[in-house]
Design a protein around this ligand. Structure first.
Ligand SMILES: CCCCCCC/C=C/C(=O)SCCNC(=O)CCNC(=O)[C@H](O)C(C)(C)COP(=O)(O)OP(=O)(O)OC[C@H]1O[C@@H](n2cnc3c(N)ncnc32)[C@H](O)[C@@H]1OP(=O)(O)O
Ligand SMILES: Cc1cc2nc3c(=O)[nH]c(=O)nc-3n(C[C@H](O)[C@H](O)[C@H](O)COP(=O)(O)OP(=O)(O)OC[C@H]3O[C@@H](n4cnc5c(N)ncnc54)[C@H](O)[C@@H]3O)c2cc1C
Length: 672
């Protein structure tokens, strides 16, 4: 970095080896090197400039995204980038694009293909030597959601009716509400789609299945006969997610060959016989599990960006307290600023580690699926659904909090925060609404509690339920603030809270004659119990990370501080749960808060270096407030003049609208 470093004094305060922390954040030395190299490649290439993105009209914006995607594609080929490098390229280009759904979702379709040797379509194409979907010469999207049906997948209306005469399925959108609505990449780019539709043979409805359907001509890109496609319209925020062509799609009796059904869970034979395989139907939902775990991994990236911006700016910004004409106080030194900012910094690290763990859990389940072992599917579904919900809600709220932490300047697009929020906030909705997903976790927990008496021992993330008797009775028996730093103490507190909340829900449900009615009535409590369970997972994975060998001067100590802040901040925020379930007393809660304040003070000198450890380029941050060198004011001033409104002193429309008003006012004044 060239020029004066206005944050140099802050950087000198660090009590740990920042370079080693960069490796912990990246996951490994290799991951760091790839990430560092690719982020610099993107930052130094004017082809990936993000300037003016928030000022472009939609059509120009979208065209620019197509240009960037094509350019990225060319780089991947010319530079022979590996999958890992290409994935980093996608991340650092930092522009949601039609291609995201293609990359993310088609990769898990590969899994379905690999798993299901039953896939006739794939077999046929392999025989010919051609490459079946997914391939880089076609663009795909994931067309599940409809105008009238999103969360309730079983309620989808699109039909796939088998015609044994021609050995084809007839794909149809019978109502307006059955129009596919939202799929990213569908509106203007995709040539193919994985379409979820109700399978009908011989007049019988067999529920939802997936089909691969060509949508557009590979010659002139026009929709194929019987297919209507378009973009669904401009979305929230300037720039932001408007780079993506979320689309609408209708079918008018479109015919596709029988072998374009994804026959991983069931099959339709040539004579129209429906055969269900001896595998769970939930395998059809595996793509959602895959994307959810990716979203968890991405949450730490989005949150850490916002936190990096807010932390650097909080060290630059000064308000009040000037003595004898000296400098005012850095806002980062206010305890209120620390109590809002540092838990977000700790959350970014916590989400990083839980994301790494979830990836391993997901890799494990994919290997098991190939060996036809479905035993861990329910747990992986609960973990991906719950952690997707927890991390995206906290990240979206956290980005908005960072905007507020930056005062008025945070509201400027040049702070990078409004666009980051607008791009990120739909993560709370896509790939499953966050409340709907927590209710899935709650179902899993209620099932676990109901099976506790049986011989089935709870394992994995619900293993703690196996010691329910102890967790229902134990009391927190330490008095000193520093006791709250012991991992065993923290863990037991979170386990007892989660277990007690689940058991209370189960007991209340059992008071209803109909358990489904009880579940519906108690849904709000169940969501809180599910959240408590998910928070326990995040805390326990952070603690597990600390049990590893972590090299580098002071690195482990900083992570211990962050872990303590994450856990004690949650304890403070959800004090009602911990007190209500009777595990701690109000005195102990207040002692925990005392410890939390002490941890904020320990973190303070390391704050800037802890965000430097994310190793983000200024290009990726896209924020004047978060600049590495802290040179905020001159750059804000300079940027203001680049706004199109400042191209002339007298704005367009002045002579047309304002001047006549001024004249009128002058006349009125003269008359008086
Ligand atoms: C890197 C970022 C890129 C970002 C790109 C973003 C692109 C966005 C794409 C999308 O948004 S795609 C569309 C995503 N849509 C959804 O997520 C819909 C949400 N709804 C659902 O997932 C499900 O319908 C449901 C709400 C989870 C379940 O509904 P329902 O109660 O009707 O149950 P069933 O469907 O009958 O399921 C019963 C049984 O199945 C288990 N289960 C549910 N989902 C899964 C799953 N994904 N994996 C494994 N198992 C699953 C569920 O727990 C039940 O189990 P049992 O209780 O019977 O044991
Ligand atoms: C940017 C973006 C990209 C997307 N990309 C794709 C894509 O590529 N492919 C695709 O198929 N889809 C896509 N989607 C659609 C997305 O998956 C759905 O919008 C999402 O699953 C939520 O469903 P919904 O819109 O039906 O919400 P709804 O279910 O209608 O939610 C509305 C409200 O009802 C509540 N609610 C719903 N059901 C329950 C319940 N059982 N109990 C309690 N409360 C409930 C919710 O919490 C929410 O508050 C995308 C959406 C967005 C915003």
């Amino acid at each position: 970095m060239e020029g004066v470093d206005y944050l140099a004094d802050e950087r000198k305060k660090a009590q740990f080896d920042v370079d080693e922390m960069k490796i912990v954040w990246a996951g490994s030395r290799h991951a760091f090197e790839v990430s560092d190299r690719i982020s610099k490649l993107v930052a130094n290439d004017p082809g990936f400039s993000k300037e003016e993105r928030t000022m472009l009209p939609r059509k120009e914006l979208f065209k620019n995204t197509l240009r960037k995607a094509a350019y990225a594609w060319k780089l991947i080929i010319d530079l022979h980038l590996s999958e890992e490098e290409a994935e980093k390229l996608r991340c650092f280009i930092d522009e949601p694009a039609f291609i995201d759904a293609h990359w993310v979702l088609t990769s898990c379709l590969t899994l379905i293909f690999a798993y299901a040797k039953l896939l006739l379509w794939a077999q046929r194409n392999n025989r010919k030597g051609g490459c079946p979907w997914p391939t880089r010469c076609k663009f795909g999207c994931y067309a599940q959601t409809e105008l009238g049906h999103g969360s309730n997948v079983r309620g989808l209306e699109t039909t796939a009716t088998f015609d044994p005469q021609t050995d084809e399925f007839v794909i149809h959108s019978p109502t307006l509400t059955s129009s596919k609505w939202w799929p990213g990449g569908l509106g203007k780019v995709s040539t193919h789609a994985v379409v979820y539709a109700r399978l009908i043979t011989d007049g019988k409805d067999h529920g939802i299945n997936a089909f691969i359907i060509q949508l557009r001509s590979l010659e002139d890109h026009k929709p194929l006969p019987g297919i209507t496609i378009g973009d669904i319209g401009t979305k929230f925020g300037n720039g932001a997610y408007n780079t993506v062509d979320n689309g609408v799609l209708r079918f008018d009796h479109v015919r596709i060959p029988r072998d374009q059904m994804l026959m991983s869970v069931s099959q339709v034979t040539k004579v129209g016989k429906y055969v269900q395989f001896d595998v769970p139907r939930q395998l059809l939902y595996v793509p959602m599990v895959d994307v959810r775990q990716t979203i968890v991994a991405d949450a730490s990236t989005a949150l850490s960006r916002a936190v990096c911006i807010a932390t650097r700016y909080s060290a630059v910004r000064r308000q009040f307290g000037s003595q004898n004409g000296g400098q005012e106080i850095q806002v980062i030194d206010y305890k209120t600023q620390q109590s809002r900012l540092f838990p977000l910094l700790a959350s970014a690290y916590a989400f990083r580690f839980v994301g790494e763990w979830l990836k391993r859990l997901y890799t494990d389940v994919t290997q098991r699926l190939q060996a036809k072992d479905f035993s861990t599917v329910p747990e992986v579904h609960a973990c991906t659904a719950g952690l997707k919900s927890l991390t995206t809600t906290a990240t979206a709220d956290g980005i908005e909090e960072c905007r507020k932490l930056c005062g008025g300047h945070g509201y400027l697009c040049s702070s990078g925060l409004p666009e980051l929020f607008a791009i990120y906030v739909p993560a709370c909705t896509y790939e499953g609404d966050n409340i709907v997903l927590l209710l899935q976790v709650a179902r899993y927990l209620m099932k676990t509690v109901s099976q506790l008496g049986s011989r089935k021992k709870p394992v994995g993330t619900i293993a703690y339920m196996g010691k329910l008797e102890h967790l229902m009775q134990c009391r927190f028996d330490v008095e000193q603030a520093k006791d709250w730093l012991k991992p065993s103490v923290i863990l037991e507190a979170f386990e007892a809270r989660a277990a007690r909340m689940s058991v209370a829900c189960a007991q209340n449900i059992s008071k209803f004659d109909n358990p489904e009615e009880g579940f519906a009535e108690l849904a709000a409590d169940l969501v809180e119990a599910a959240l408590a369970h998910c928070q326990l997972i995040v805390v326990s994975k952070f603690i597990e990370k600390l049990q590893q060998d972590i090299p580098g001067k002071g690195v482990k100590q900083q992570l211990e501080v962050l872990c303590g802040i994450y856990a004690l901040f949650l304890l403070h925020k959800h004090q009602g749960d911990f007190l209500g379930t009777g595990y701690i007393t109000s005195k102990q809660a207040s002692v925990a808060n005392e410890q939390l304040r002490a941890l904020y003070s320990q973190l303070r000198p390391n704050a800037i270096s802890l965000v430097d450890a994310f190793n983000y380029t200024d290009h990726f941050l896209g924020s004047i407030l978060g600049r590495y060198d802290g040179n905020v004011y001159p750059k804000l001033y300079e940027a203001a003049w680049k706004d199109p409104l400042n191209e002339s002193d007298v704005p367009d429309g002045f002579h047309e609208y304002i001047r006549p008003l001024l004249k009128q006012q002058l006349l009125q004044t003269a008359r008086l």
